[in-house]
Design a protein around this ligand. Structure first.
Ligand SMILES: Nc1nc2c([nH]c(=O)n2[C@@H]2O[C@H](COP(=O)(O)OP(=O)(O)OP(=O)(O)O)[C@@H](O)[C@H]2O)c(=O)[nH]1
Ligand SMILES: [Mg+2]
Length: 131
């Protein structure tokens, strides 16, 4: 089975809130909220992907990130492997560089039903971990 490797960022601010962004309707799993990130390109490490995607989508530089969890999910039309990182330090103020809406929420406020199905396991892991 061909899996798509995706780097996903849990961007944390100083108030322990997490950044979520809206997936536009034309995207896979569009109309739902996500954690920013995207697909790995050939010859990139997952950390390279994380830094590139976060710079492209939010205009900020990831300074410190730690691997958090890896989630594999089969959507039927696509199989994804989400490599989820906790980003505790970044420089710049996140902006929706691709026109996407952004919001900050506490971990308790994250609602599984607003995200793609693969994210339920990420949200559970965040809510279990005391971050
Ligand atoms: N970024 C991101 N992708 C997710 C999440 N959850 C999830 O299932 N995915 C899936 O991961 C895949 C890749 O994400 P993406 O669409 O952001 O990839 P990308 O930024 O490279 O986009 P592009 O194809 O427009 O260049 C999509 O199939 C998407 O549905 C999530 O929380 N964040
Ligand atoms: Mg993306």
């Amino acid at each position: 089975m061909k899996q798509i490797d995706v780097a996903v960022a849990i961007m944390l601010n100083t108030e322990q809130q997490v950044l979520t962004s809206w997936r536009q309707l034309h995207q896979h799993q569009g109309g739902l909220w996500e954690f920013p990130g995207g697909k790995r390109e050939p010859d990139e490490s997952m950390f390279d992907t994380l830094q590139r995607e976060i710079h492209e989508e939010l205009g900020v530089s990831v300074e410190t990130a730690a691997p958090f969890v890896r989630i594999e999910h089969d959507y039927g039309d696509k199989q994804v492997s989400l490599d989820v990182w906790l980003v505790s330090h970044f420089t710049g103020e996140p902006q929706g560089k691709e026109g996407q809406a952004l919001r900050w929420q506490t971990i308790d406020e994250l609602e599984k039903g607003e995200f793609p199905a693969a994210n339920a396991a990420i949200i559970e892991a965040l809510q279990r971990a005391s971050i």
